[in-house]
Write a protein of this length. Sequence first.
Length: 277
Amino acid sequence: MRPAVAAAVALAALAGAVAGFALRRGGDGGVDGAALAELRQDLDAEREARGRLEEQLARLQSDVLALRLQADVVSEAELAPYAQEGARAGAAGGAPAPADPDDDSAGQGWFDVGRLSGSRLPERDVEDLRRLFEEVELERLQLQNQAIREGWDPGRLAQELDALGLRTRSVRETYGDETYDWYLYAADRSNRVVVESVLGGSAADEAGLRAGDVILSYDGGRIFKPGALVRGTLQGRLGDRVDLLVQRGGSTRTISVPRGPLGVRLGRSTTQPSPLP
């Protein structure tokens, strides 16, 4: 139900309650105690109904936002409010937190060990990565099942899934960027950030970025997800020059840009990395 419709329904119900209360006034113009108690009950019921409608609206807004952030192409403006750590926890009024903008794991549940055949990873590491992936996916399924059965608030589920995502991100800390790159590829998750379009007159335009460029690093840090790139633009001192490592065609080049918004729309891609040294 749309908010305007819900408000109209609530107002009509309240008006009916007030009219009924007026009809039940005592003959001497005094207040009928039973009628007053009934009116209070009606008002309490209306407040509860309104609260439920507001919760449903918040959930729908959160779901829509999550779908937008996980789309194949996303703008900096859509990502920026959620790129900084802790932004989701700051949702006002206890509203459900939007999904992690870099979490593209929805619907994924398969780890293709065969994709790691060209990685040169030791067999023991391949097995460890496969086992970690399957443990995390199983726990994800269990959390989602429990949330539905117990009627969790969406914010609670988002927090639990975000904490679970730390286990996936631990691959990068434990094994390094190159192995994490292969892990994402084997899990069929995006591991490249592609420039889909550039705003005329923007920092990206003036620096020479083009549609189709793949951004490999920002200010020396490897980039695998759009949110990580936007997070970098929000850090440091605005206007300081930083380097972008960009892949264009079969070659790479370094492009200098001022720290701050680039003015690009970003896409995701899953690409086979280069073999480990």
